[in-house]
Design a protein around this ligand. Structure first.
Ligand code: GCO
Length: 262
């Protein structure tokens, strides 16, 4: 076995929603492992800022602004990327949104919006790249799931429905595309310190202590701690790994929680 198994030199990776947070941390990791990196986001301006932040970490990125829920725009942009940069070998479906509202109060429109970005987006993106991957005879697709692919929590019903769905979409894509030498897997991040979790971490929010207490590792994850799983699932090291979700969660899913006694 050699470390070359994890080398991404010569590979081209597209990471959606990568102008900040976990998407950025994973894209930096893939770049540091040798991949050519393309980042997506909806805002051109945020992508430009992000490009500088990547450069500071020694990673040159190509930026493409588009909306992952817009099927026509996605198809058009994927073919542009493949002409202008390189064929996409690795797709990380990371773009996602969350709306924290009790189900009784949530409007169907909001529920649909979350499903559209977090679940339909990965379907549209994956379908758009899979054709080329099949022609070239290889590919890696990584869907970013969540603790909410497994667990419920008050106010995150739409997000949990989408992320639970994304876990099953991962298994189904793996089922249909493994024969084409495309490995489709997921990463399920636990509770990470990002802008998405800032509202439940900062300002003395009670969930901050709850999460630390509930996590055997006793802390929030740092975004860089997700890069290793992304590199594994993007590299030849995972060539016979199909349809699994790697949970990077400091142990939350392994425990019933901490009793108030030893
Ligand atoms: C919340 C959190 C979570 C996460 C995450 C955990 O409100 O409970 O925001 O939903 O962001 O995906 O894995």
């Amino acid at each position: 076995m050699s470390i070359k198994l994890f080398d991404l030199t010569g590979k081209c990776a597209l990471v959606t929603g990568a102008s900040h947070g976990l998407g950025m941390a994973m894209a930096v990791g893939l770049g540091q492992a040798g991949a050519k990196v393309i980042i997506n986001g909806r805002s051109r301006e945020r992508l430009e800022q992000a490009k500088r932040a990547y450069a500071e970490q020694g990673v040159e990125v190509h930026t493409y602004a588009f909306d992952v829920t817009d099927e026509q725009e996605v198809k058009k942009t994927v073919s542009e990327i493949e002409k202008e940069v390189a064929p996409i070998d690795i797709l990380v479906n990371n773009a996602g949104i969350i709306k924290r509202e009790p189900l009784l109060e949530m409007k169907a429109e909001v529920f649909r919006e979350v499903l559209d970005v977090d679940l339909t987006g990965p379907f549209i993106m994956s379908q758009a790249v899979a054709g080329g991957m099949i022609e070239r005879g290889h590919g890696k697709i990584i869907n970013i799931c969540s603790m909410m692919s497994e667990l419920g929590r008050n106010t995150v019903g739409a997000y949990a429905a989408a992320k639970g769905g994304l876990k099953m979409l991962t298994r189904n894509m793996a089922t249909e595309w493994a024969k084409h030498n495309i490995q489709v897997n997921g990463i399920g991040p636990g509770y990470f310190a990002t802008s998405q979790t800032a509202p439940i971490r900062e300002g003395g929010h009670p969930l901050n202590d709850f999460i630390i207490d509930r996590t055997p590792a006793g802390k929030w994850g740092e975004p860089e701690e997700l890069a290793g799983a992304a590199i594994f699932l993007a590299s030849e090291a995972s060539n016979f790994v199909n349809g699994i979700i790697v949970y990077v969660d400091g142990g939350i899913l392994s425990t019933i929680g901490k009793p108030r006694f030893e």
